[in-house]
Design a protein around this ligand. Structure first.
Ligand code: CTP
Ligand code: MG
Length: 216
């Protein structure tokens, strides 16, 4: 089976408080995008990595990674993923990953791809640690059955293409919800806090601290 990794890096990082889109900002000594690109391209099960960047970011990408395959994204994450999926030929499986999650533990990729033997989709999840409040009803939401969802998310390519093409709901925040809506089963595997997303200004230092602690 041929496996591609699709890294979506076409967002503007508006919540990050940084001058550049966050995936081009330095993190632990390298631009954020270089971390996940390196981890995914080094993984023995990954045959090809494709990066989705914003229009006009071609030179920024080349400055970081040299001449690597890329496509231009769209106005939403969903559109950026769709543009990438359309450019993947001769592949059987795809790992769809946010550039905003710089550190990709190889063991998570192993778990995801193993789970694809049994289901058309697989996602890394972790339990929720905080108390959860529904702001509308002011009621506490039982957190025990809830999970927080990370990327990479792994799919059989034909299944996720169909899910994207048939989605009619509001703007989704990940790809697995589209697969589920199209009738595809999504397996849950154990995620990793190393995969937590860099979204807000303080998340850059938090990510660096996680890397520092893990590599001791
Ligand atoms: N993304 C993308 N194309 C878009 C929007 C987002 O490829 N039109 C990517 C981002 O680059 C990021 C991932 O999707 O790697 C997750 O999105 P998010 O964390 O929301 O990043 P941004 O949209 O860039 O940030 P913000 O929402 O704060 O503007
Ligand atoms: Mg966004």
């Amino acid at each position: 089976l041929r496996t591609a990794a699709l890294i979506v890096a076409a967002g503007s990082g508006s919540r990050s408080g940084r001058a550049l889109p966050k995936q081009f900002e330095p993190l632990a000594g390298r631009p954020m995008l270089a971390h996940s690109y390196g981890a995914l391209s080094r993984h023995p099960a990954v045959d090809r990595v494709l990066v989705v960047i914003g229009a006009g970011q071609e030179r920024a990408l080349a400055a970081i990674l040299g001449e690597v395959p890329f496509v231009i994204g769209g106005a939403t994450r969903r559109q950026s993923v769709a543009n990438g999926l359309a450019a993947l030929a001769d592949m059987d499986r795809v790992l769809i990953h946010d550039a905003a999650r710089p550190f990709v533990p190889p063991a998570v990729v192993d778990r995801l791809l193993a789970a694809l033997d049994e289901a058309p989709g697989a996602i890394p999840v972790l339990p929720v640690a905080d108390t959860l409040l529904h702001a509308g009803t002011a009621g506490t939401v039982a957190r025990e059955p809830l999970r927080r969802v990370q990327t990479p998310q792994a799919f059989r390519l034909d299944a996720i293409r169909t899910a994207h093409a048939t989605w009619t709901g509001p703007e989704p925040t990940d790809d697995a919800q589209m697969l589920r809506a199209s009738g595809g089963e999504v397996a849950l595997v154990e995620g990793d806090t190393m995969l937590d997303k860099v979204t807000y200004p303080a998340d850059f230092a938090a990510a660096e601290a996680r890397l520092d602690i893990r590599s001791r």
